[in-house]
Design a protein around this ligand. Structure first.
Ligand code: DGJ
Length: 395
C-alpha cells in the first residue's frame, strides 16, 4: 500500500516533465502517464540502449493482473510473465511501441519464460564483432529462489530476441543485477547475491553473453540491490537500493576507481529535496542514462512501484549530477565555523559548541553525486550544476 499511497502523495512523479537539449532540438520528456496508443508504457525495471542515434527503452511488461503474495505461493505480489517490452525514440519524447522484444509466457518455448516465473530488469549490450544484441535478464521462480541470469540474443536492437539459456554466474545466486560496458569495450556485471547480502562483481566474456571465471564480493553484509553503474572523471559509481521488496527505501551510492580490484566506498544517500528523498522519492532506481555530450550529467531512471497494481507503476526520471566537492585537504584549510549559539539555562548562559562539522559524503574523493527532486524540470536544470551535498547534509 505504501507505494500506491506514495504515488498520491508525490504527484510530481505521475507526470514529470523535463526538457532535454539534444541534437539542437528541444525535447520534452513526459514519463509518468505517458500514453502510448492509449496505453501506459510498460517498461518497468528498465534500461536504455543508445544505438545508431536511437534510444531503445527495454523493460518488464506488467500489464497483467497483479496476484497477491501467499504463504505457499509467490513470495511477493507479481504479474504473470508477459515478456520484455521495447520502445524506441530519437528524442526521448516521442516513444514508439516496438512491441515485445522478448515474448514470455507458456507458449514462448522455454520454461524460464513461463507465466509463473519471474523475468526482470532487461539490459542490452551490443556486440560489435558479431553485430548481435545481447539481452541480460534476471530469471527466477515466483519465490525468487532460483536466482539466475538469462541470456537472449537478436540481430536487431528491438528484437525479436531469441532466448538462449539461464545460469548462475560462478554458481552463485543472482537477483537484481546490471551490466556495464566500459569505454574500452570490456563489460562487467554487478549482481546481488548470497541472499542479497553481498554484491558480486565480475567481468563479462568478450562475447558479452557469459561471465569470465572469478568474481569479487563487495558491500558485504550490506544487503543492497537494484545496482546502477555509471562513470565520471574516471570514477565508477554504484547506485543501489535497499532490499524491501516493492517498498521504496533509502538509496546509497558507492564509488571506486575501477570496477574490479578496488574497495567500494560509500557516498551515502545522494537524493535531496523533500521528505521523500530518504525513500528515493518513493521510487527505486533502475538505470542512469548519460546525457549525450554532457559529462557528469545523467538521467536517473527509477520505478515508482505500485505493488497493488504493478502494471500501473510509474516512472520517474530525474537529473543526476556528479559535481566537485571539497576534498579533505580543502576542508582542512577552511576556517573553523565561528557561529556559536548561546542557550540560557536558568541564569547561566551556556555556550553550545558548534556541532562537529559534518563533512561531505566522502571528503577524500573530491566528487559528489546529487539527485534533486523536481516536480518539473527542463533543459536549464541540466545546465545548472547543483552544490555538492552541503556539510551538514545527513548521510
Ligand atoms: C526489488 C527488485 O529491485 C525488483 O526488481 C523486484 O525484484 C522486486 N524487488 C520484487 O519485490
Amino acid at each position: 500500500m505504501v507505494a500506491s499511497k506514495g504515488i498520491d502523495r508525490y504527484p510530481g512523479g505521475l507526470n514529470l516533465t523535463g526538457r532535454l537539449q539534444s541534437n539542437g532540438t528541444e525535447l520534452k520528456i513526459n514519463l509518468g502517464l505517458k500514453l502510448e496508443n492509449g496505453k501506459l508504457i510498460q517498461a518497468h525495471g528498465g534500461s536504455i540502449l543508445h544505438f545508431d542515434g536511437i534510444f531503445y527503452w527495454f523493460g518488464e511488461n506488467k500489464a497483467g493482473r497483479t496476484k497477491p503474495a501467499k504463504p505457499n505461493g509467490p513470495a511477493l505480489n507479481r504479474v504473470d510473465v508477459i515478456g520484455i517490452s521495447v520502445y524506441s525514440s530519437r528524442d526521448l519524447l516521442n516513444w514508439k511501441n516496438e512491441g515485445l522484444a522478448l515474448r514470455g509466457g507458456d507458449g514462448a518455448g522455454h520454461p524460464d519464460l513461463a507465466f509463473r516465473g519471474i523475468v526482470e530488469r532487461p539490459r542490452v549490450l551490443y556486440h560489435a564483432a558479431s553485430r548481435r544484441f545481447v539481452m541480460w535478464l534476471h530469471i527466477d521462480d515466483e519465490k525468487y529462489k532460483t536466482a539466475r541470469l538469462g541470456i537472449a540474443v537478436a540481430s536487431k536492437p528491438a528484437g525479436p530476441y531469441i532466448y538462449r539459456r539461464s545460469f548462475r554466474p560462478h554458481g552463485e545466486e543472482s537477483r537484481d543485477f546490471t551490466v556495464y560496458q566500459d569505454d574500452d569495450g570490456f563489460a562487467y556485471i554487478a549482481y546481488s547475491s548470497e541472499g542479497n547480502r553481498v554484491m558480486h562483481l565480475a567481468r563479462l566474456a568478450s562475447t558479452l553473453d557469459d561471465v569470465v571465471p572469478g568474481f569479487e564480493r563487495a558491500l558485504v553484509g550490506q544487503s543492497r540491490e537494484s545496482p546502477v553503474i555509471f562513470k565520471c572523471a574516471g570514477v565508477y559509481f554504484l547506485f543501489t537500493s535497499g532490499c524491501t521488496g516493492w517498498e521504496p527505501n533509502r538509496a546509497e551510492v558507492f564509488y571506486a576507481s575501477a570496477l574490479l580490484g578496488q574497495t567500494w566506498r560509500s557516498l551515502g544517500d545522494p537524493c535531496v529535496g523533500g521528505a521523500s528523498a530518504r525513500r528515493t522519492f518513493m521510487a527505486q532506481a533502475t538505470f542512469a542514462l548519460p546525457v549525450p555530450g554532457s559529462p557528469g550529467r545523467f538521467l536517473l531512471m527509477a520505478d515508482r512501484w505500485n505493488q497493488e497494481r504493478l502494471g500501473v507503476s510509474r516512472y520517474i526520471w530525474l537529473p543526476l549530477f556528479v559535481v566537485e566537492a571539497p576534498t579533505a585537504e580543502r576542508l582542512r584549510a577552511m576556517p573553523a565555523e565561528r557561529e556559536r549559539s548561546r542557550v540560557r539555562r536558568g541564569d547561566r548562559e551556556r555556550v553550545v559548541k558548534p556541532a562537529a562539522r559534518a563533512v561531505p559524503a566522502d571528503a577524500a574523493l573530491g566528487l559528489d553525486v546529487v539527485v534533486r527532486w523536481h516536480h518539473e524540470w527542463d533543459v536549464q536544470t541540466l545546465d545548472v550544476l547543483p552544490q555538492p551535498r552541503s556539510r551538514g547534509q545527513p548521510l
